[in-house]
Design a protein around this ligand. Structure first.
Ligand code: DAH
Length: 330
C-alpha cells in the first residue's frame, strides 16, 4: 500500500499514472487479486480484510484523482506556454500584398510630374455644376456635356466626370504661377470592355502671368512624359475639341505592341490614343477671375495607361478584385 501511495506521489506524467492505476485497479491488479482472496476467508478475518481493502480503495482512488487533476493542469499550462504565438513577432514567410496596377501606374505618373516641379492637388468627388461644367466653358445645354454621361444627385450635385474641376478649384484658391496635377477617381455612366462607371484620371494645369505659355511648352512636356512612361515611342498630336482648351489636341503614341506596324490593339492604325490636352481657353480664366494669363492643361485616364503597360485586355478586370489577376503584379 505504502509503495502505491509513494509511486503515485512520485509520478510525473499522465501515461505513467495510468500504468500505476492499472497495477492497482486493473483486472489483474492489486485489488482484483485481494478481493479474490477474500472469497477464501471467513468470519472476522474476512471482515477485517474487506474493511481495510475498502478504505484503501477509497484513499487510493482519491489520491489518483487528485494526482490526475494536477498532472492535467500542468500539461495544459506547459502546452499553452509551448504553443503560444507572439502575434507581434515578424514572420518572414508571411506573404505581403502589392499596389493595385492602377495605383502603381498613377504613382509612376505622379513621380514624373513631381520631378518636374508640379504640385499635387486634390478635390471632392461630389461636385457642383459650376466646378465640373460651367467654369470649364461648358454652359448648361452645351452639346459637349454629352461627351460625359453624368451621375446626378437629387439636389443637383453630381459625381465629378473628370478631374478638371480641380483646375478650377486650384485657380480659385491660388494665384499664378500655377503648376499642378490632380490624380483621382472620376465617374461616368458607362460600362463595357473599355469603360467602367468609376475610373481614374490625372489632370495637369500650368498657368503663368502674361502670354509666356504656349502650345510648344505643352508639346515638350507631354512628349518627354510619354517617353518616360512608355520608353522608345513616337508621339503625335491630333487636332481635337475640348470646351476648356483652344486649340485642343488628342495625343497618340506609336503602338507599343507592334511598334507602329498595325495590330489588333491599335486597330491596325499603328497609333494608340493616350490623352487629351490644349491651351487653356480664355473663358475658363474669365470664370475664375484671372486676366492677362496663359496656360496649358491636359488630362489622361490612368486605367488606359495601366492596361497598355501591363497588356490587360478588359478594363473591368481591374475592378473585380480577382486575386489571380492581382497576384501577377507582386
Ligand atoms: N477632361 C477631359 C476628359 O475627361 C480630359 C482633358 C482633356 C483634360 C483636355 C484637360 C484637357 O485638362 O486640357 O475627357
Amino acid at each position: 500500500m505504502k509503495t502505491y501511495e509513494e509511486s503515485i506521489e512520485a509520478c510525473k506524467d499522465l501515461n505513467e499514472l495510468e500504468k500505476i492505476r492499472l497495477k492497482i485497479f486493473g483486472k489483474k491488479g492489486f485489488f482484483s487479486g485481494e478481493f479474490a482472496r477474500l472469497k477464501s476467508l471467513k468470519g472476522e478475518e474476512k471482515k477485517e480484510l474487506a474493511n481495510s481493502l475498502n478504505s484503501a480503495k477509497d484513499s487510493l482512488t482519491n489520491l489518483l484523482n487528485e494526482k490526475k487533476e494536477k498532472l492535467e493542469l500542468e500539461f495544459i499550462n506547459s502546452s499553452m506556454q509551448k504553443e503560444s504565438v507572439d502575434v507581434s513577432l515578424f514572420n518572414a514567410s508571411t506573404s505581403s500584398g502589392a499596389l493595385h496596377p492602377v495605383y502603381e501606374t498613377m504613382n509612376k505618373i505622379i513621380d514624373y510630374f513631381v520631378g518636374m516641379g508640379f504640385a499635387v492637388e486634390e478635390g471632392p468627388l461630389a461636385e457642383d455644376d459650376f466646378h465640373n461644367f460651367e467654369a470649364l466653358n461648358l454652359p448648361k445645354y452645351h452639346p459637349a456635356r454629352d461627351m460625359q454621361d453624368t451621375f446626378y444627385f437629387d439636389d443637383g450635385m453630381l459625381l465629378r466626370t473628370h478631374t478638371s474641376p480641380v483646375q478650377v478649384r486650384t485657380m480659385l484658391s491660388q494665384k499664378p504661377p500655377i503648376r499642378m496635377i490632380c490624380p483621382g477617381a472620376v465617374f461616368r455612366r458607362d460600362f463595357d470592355l473599355t469603360h467602367t462607371p468609376m475610373f481614374h484620371q490625372v489632370e495637369g494645369l500650368v498657368v503663368e502671368p502674361g502670354n509666356s505659355v504656349s502650345f510648344a511648352n505643352l508639346k515638350f512636356i507631354l512628349e518627354d512624359f510619354l517617353k518616360y512612361i512608355f520608353g522608345d515611342i513616337k508621339v503625335r498630336f491630333r487636332p481635337s475639341f475640348f470646351p476648356f482648351t483652344e486649340p485642343s489636341a488628342e495625343v497618340d503614341i506609336s503602338c507599343i505592341f507592334c511598334k507602329g506596324d498595325g495590330c489588333r490593339v491599335c486597330s491596325h492604325t499603328g497609333w494608340l490614343e493616350v490623352l487629351g490636352c490644349g491651351v487653356v481657353d480664355q473663358n475658363v480664366f474669365k470664370a475664375v477671375g484671372y486676366s492677362d494669363v496663359s496656360g496649358y492643361a491636359f488630362g489622361l485616364g490612368v486605367e488606359r495607361f495601366a492596361m497598355l503597360l501591363h497588356q490587360i485586355p478588359d478594363l473591368r478586370s481591374l475592378f473585380e478584385g480577382d486575386l489571380r489577376l492581382l497576384e501577377q503584379f507582386k
